[in-house]
Design a protein around this ligand. Structure first.
Ligand code: ADP
Ligand code: MG
Ligand code: ZN
Length: 270
């Protein structure tokens, strides 16, 4: 299948992972103030959210309630049993050495939302799951060294994982905007992208038109605006098209987005 200029025609497949900060009064496992925007560094911290030894996390009821509300608003089934799991990382902004997330028993799963495209057609996008997890601190690199601020550490996030149901950049963008509207409407998240309250991981692959199996995907992490989501998707479609046209393979990897150069960059491939 080739188009008039001789390119193989590909279908785009997109799935999004969206992180939204839950707008609770306190953090996910401690009583520190969760509203830390523009506060002095390390002024909203305690032994729990800084991962000191011997500290016992206590789950925030409001975070669970808002997570459940969001799950329901996304048409998900709320699980009667749900648990947290450790995800190990070794970073200076994560002193406890692991993120508290949910792996095999998330609070909610199997939802869907609809988007309305500019031509008026309505399309359903499946939601695989919505789970809760805590955020890490923030590193600032300076000429003299790296500064770390733990105000954000332990802040509650909901991660909303979509099915790979989107087929165009427009659909991905509409889906992301619809999620923002929904979590705002139910007051589960302020989802203000300029304040870092919502960010996207874009999973994107191409497959020859007519092929059933999905192609190999790249994951572009931490997109912090609708514009960068759209630009990164467009860039990846071109990059992957060129690779496939040359008979090369897309490798499954994590890539970052350079907002200035407007390119994606390989970060790791495991
Ligand atoms: P991981 O745990 O490695 O992030 P998941 O299987 O949970 O992987 O998928 C993460 C996201 O990637 C989901 O939103 C899913 O819809 C999407 N996805 C999975 N496979 C593909 C693919 N081949 N092309 C595009 N998106 C995909
Ligand atoms: Mg992922
Ligand atoms: Zn704390």
């Amino acid at each position: 299948m080739f188009d008039i200029v001789g390119h193989m025609k590909y279908e785009v497949v997109i799935g999004l992972e969206i992180h939204a900060r839950i707008n609770t009064l306190t953090k996910l496992f401690c009583r520190c103030d969760n509203n830390t925007f523009n506060q002095d560094p390390n002024t909203h911290v305690c032994g729990i959210c800084m991962g000191f030894p011997g500290m016992l996390p206590v789950l925030n009821r409001e975070a669970v309630q808002k997570g459940i509300k969001a799950g329901l608003a996304l048409g998900c089934t709320i699980k009667e049993f749900s648990k947290f799991d450790r995800k190990n990382y070794f970073y200076p902004d994560l002193p406890k050495g692991y993120q508290i997330s949910q792996y095999d028993q998330p609070i909610s799963e199997n939802g869907k939302i609809t988007i309305t495209k500019t031509d008026g057609t309505v399309k359903a996008i499946g939601i695989t799951r919505l789970h809760l997890e805590d955020d890490a601190g923030k590193l600032t690199h300076t000429g003299d060294g790296t500064l770390v601020d733990f105000n954000r550490s332990g802040s509650p996030l909901m991660e909303i994982v979509s099915e790979p149901d989107m087929r165009t950049v427009e659909e991905a963008s509409l889906y992301a905007r619809q999620i923002q509207k929904i979590v705002r409407y139910i007051n589960a998240s302020d989802a203000d992208m300029e304040k870092g309250q919502m960010r996207f991981d874009l999973n994107i692959s191409l497959r020859p038109e007519g092929q059933k199996e999905f192609g190999i995907r790249a994951e572009i992490k931490n997109l912090n605006s609708f514009r960068s989501l759209e630009k990164a998707a467009e860039y990846e479609i071109n990059r992957q098209t060129e690779l496939l046209d040359r008979g090369e393979k897309v490798i499954q990897e994590t890539r970052g987005w350079d907002d200035v150069k407007e390119v994606t960059i390989s970060q790791r491939s495991f």
